[in-house]
Design a protein around this ligand. Structure first.
Ligand SMILES: Cc1cc2nc3c(=O)[nH]c(=O)nc-3n(C[C@H](O)[C@H](O)[C@H](O)COP(=O)(O)OP(=O)(O)OC[C@H]3O[C@@H](n4cnc5c(N)ncnc54)[C@H](O)[C@@H]3O)c2cc1C
Length: 300
């Protein structure tokens, strides 16, 4: 269990839980399929023009113009939820969104752990039980990453930092070999050096809130929507946001204003809130890791 001895302040989230992301995504996909949704995987898409009321997309091996296998399809509405590629995908349609990818890291080590999910705000690290032992992470690299060319292996400094954080946070007795815990100050071997570790991309926005809603309203009725920029929290928000997007797209297609009284869209997530006068795609902004106590409390 976590060691409570040196905690000055702690908060307990009674309803917190964790899940297996890929199993959950498969389950949601199956459910959507049963509801009549056609799902095409491994199919690259590129945004095309909007010649009339419909938005064209190119679907093909690489979504490219010159691809002989590519075909054009027309839709009433297209939602770009392309994660780290959302910005470049939308740029092809002339839409600029401040969604910048950055690396975060995680690892799974075979230390038994059946305690609660923990976020250590001092060490900037989290840990939770995992079917193979313990999953821990953060390892945020707060600089822009290229979604087509970034380092997928975890960094040595990440393993080192995390080994220290786990030593701080976990009871001394949690040793791989089940032996007695060493004295304070001596590192416990939790198999961090051999742990399966990786880096993935999250997406930052200038204010840490996502961009969810229509992005081409000024050209008439909207046909193009975005749902991106989760600042590391897109998985847990996906079920609720999915419902907002579904209802919001239908409302927008029916002519409802984004900020109308009955609008399902969330005002704080307005994708046009930064304005093309404030953001035309090249400006840099500070990437703040999503799991942080300071970035919100200092603003308020
Ligand atoms: C190590 C790590 C730990 C995380 N932990 C958590 C957590 O504990 N809780 C949490 O809520 N979130 C967590 N996240 C963040 C979470 O993974 C993301 O917020 C979430 O996956 C975003 O979902 P998405 O569908 O918007 O984008 P993605 O999951 O990135 O999916 C976008 C999809 O679009 C596809 N795509 C891109 N371009 C094209 C194209 N041109 N044509 C067709 N398809 C395209 C991509 O292949 C991809 O499948 C973590 C992320 C990482 C890396």
């Amino acid at each position: 269990p976590p060691r409570p001895v040196d905690l000055a302040v702690a908060a307990v989230a009674e309803g917190a839980g964790w899940t297996d992301p890929s199993a959950y995504v498969r389950a949601l996909g199956d459910r959507a399929g049963r509801g009549g949704v056609a799902i095409e995987t491994n199919t690259a898409v590129a945004l095309g023009p909007r010649p009339g009321a419909k938005r064209h997309i190119r679907v093909g091996d690489d979504g490219a113009d010159g691809d002989p296998a590519a075909e054009t399809r027309a839709f009433d509405a297209v939602v770009v939820a392309a994660g780290a590629h959302a910005r470049s995908l939308l740029a092809d349609a002339g839409v600029s969104v401040p969604v910048v990818p950055y690396r975060v890291q995680a690892l799974v080590t075979q230390t038994d752990y059946d305690g609660p999910m923990v976020y250590d705000a001092t060490a900037d690290a989290y840990l939770r039980p995992h079917p193979d032992g313990l999953l821990a992470g953060d390892g945020t690299e707060p600089v822009p990453a290229d979604p087509d060319d970034y380092r997928r292996e975890a960094d040595d400094w990440f393993r080192e930092d995390l080994a220290g954080a786990l030593d701080e946070r976990l009871a001394r007795g949690d040793r791989l070999d089940g032996g007695e815990g060493p004295d304070r100050g001596e590192r416990v071997d939790r198999g961090i050096d051999d742990a399966r570790a990786w880096a993935g991309l999250c997406t930052a926005t200038p204010d840490g809130d996502p961009l969810v809603g229509p992005v081409d309203s000024e050209a008439g009725d909207p046909t193009l929507f975005v749902a991106a920029g989760w600042q590391g929290h897109g998985f847990m928000r996906a079920p609720a946001v999915g419902e907002v997007v579904a209802e919001g797209v239908l409302a927008s297609l029916a002519g409802a204003a984004f900020d109308g009284p009955e609008s399902p869209w969330i005002g704080a997530f307005d994708p046009t809130r930064f304005g093309s006068d404030r953001f035309d795609g090249d400006e840099a902004f500070e990437i703040v890791e999503g799991m942080s106590l300071s970035n919100r409390t200092e603003e308020e």
